[in-house]
Design a protein around this ligand. Sequence first.
Ligand code: MET
Ligand SMILES: [Zn+2]
Length: 328
Amino acid sequence: MGVRKGPVEDLIDRAGGCAVIDGGFATQLELEGADITDPLWSAVCLISDPDLIRRVHLQYLEAGADIIVTSSYQATIPGFLSRGLSIEAGERLLQRSVQLALEARDSFWKAHLRAPRRSYDRALVAASVGSYGAYLADGSEYSGRYGPDVGLEKLKDFHRRRLQIFVGAGPDMLAFETIPNKIEAQALVELLDEEQIQIPSLICFSSVDGEHVSSGESFADCLEIVNKSEKVAAVGLNCVPPQFIEHLICQFKKHTDKLIAVYPNSGEIWDGRAKKWLPSECYGDEKFTALAKRWRECGASLVGGCCRTTPSTIRSLSAALKSGPPLS
Ligand code: MET
Ligand SMILES: [Zn+2]
């Protein structure tokens, strides 16, 4: 059975075969002066500076992103509760993360239609759903070690309410980010089904060795799980060093017919315990873009950047990867 055409496939077609996802959201918040040294990480700005969130979305749209990912990576109801917020207030902040991205997208698109300056497509808003490890904020989104107490049902329960709220806020799609193991992939696929989610999903895994998902389990096994779900439009990798991506796309091609999305980090390494980026082989915009052209040739149809990439990275990717429609 062929892939059913949905908004993601349409977007990719309009972009000429490869559409661009935005770059590091937390990174750009920090560059704009936000203090995100907080267990809620970038989601703290939902409380402290929602205008900045809207502005950063606009910067990525201006740079040419076709998909903007909401500021909710580390936004969770238990996370907000531990900050002393009520359940209702926490749920409102989750909704707000989607609304801010929708507002930015709609105002950008309206302005573009009034005075088209270059060939933009109407972007899609993807609600970011960080892994359980991202909520724990202990680096386990890069180890996949959730411990013996964290089983399938616990993971589904963790994700369920947040998912319902996101979907209710009207994003175009869901982006599950830095999924580090097989069990969380299984939980998500079951949840999408149980909750009868009608918008397409993107499931992105993390990897620290460039060969396996972060837990050490095989991508073949993870993809076998994801392949079974018609609710998942695209699978891929995020926040993985750029040098691993080409090989991993080739591996993915062997194990899935789904669209492939990659949005690696800049190659710097996050020390989850020390909570800082350790310099290592770092890719500037030019080198990152040169690699990205190869990722497109290898079969990725959604390409963007994760941590430590910026609107300037996305501007460069957008110019290099898209052969979009003429100026409208
Ligand atoms: C640790 S990966 C973070 C992904 C998130 N969408 C961000 O860019 O902030
Ligand atoms: Zn990242």
